[in-house]
Ligand binder design. Sequence first.
Ligand SMILES: [Zn+2]
Ligand SMILES: [Zn+2]
Length: 127
Amino acid sequence: MDSSKTFRYSQQREKILEFVKNTSIHPTADMVYEKLKREIPSISLGTVYRNLHMLAEQGLINKLSTGSGADRFDGDTGGHTHFKCDNCGKIFDIDDNDKTDYPLTEHHITGKYVTYSGMCIDCLENN
Ligand SMILES: [Zn+2]
Ligand SMILES: [Zn+2]
């Protein structure tokens, strides 16, 4: 076996992190797996899944709660707002000018993660 094709576990995690950081599609574990298995044939979906959750726990990526469907992951860990299309399932980053309307609470808020839902422009145009 060609040793250059053998990826160690830590290298697999690096690749997973790199992919999520460099894409704006907010991928699921399945999407990351489909993409990376071409480059790393030995990688398994379980490995991708575990690493995504580990990276999210470490704060290197964000795990998105989108209400339904598989967990999505975001390489942009700054607080920002999402729009999820109910038709095609794509997730977009959207500008939210209204960043200061934090609710009154005794807790210390440092960010806001909101997901709007509806129909994306691509789906609207294809209808
Ligand atoms: Zn759509
Ligand atoms: Zn995002």
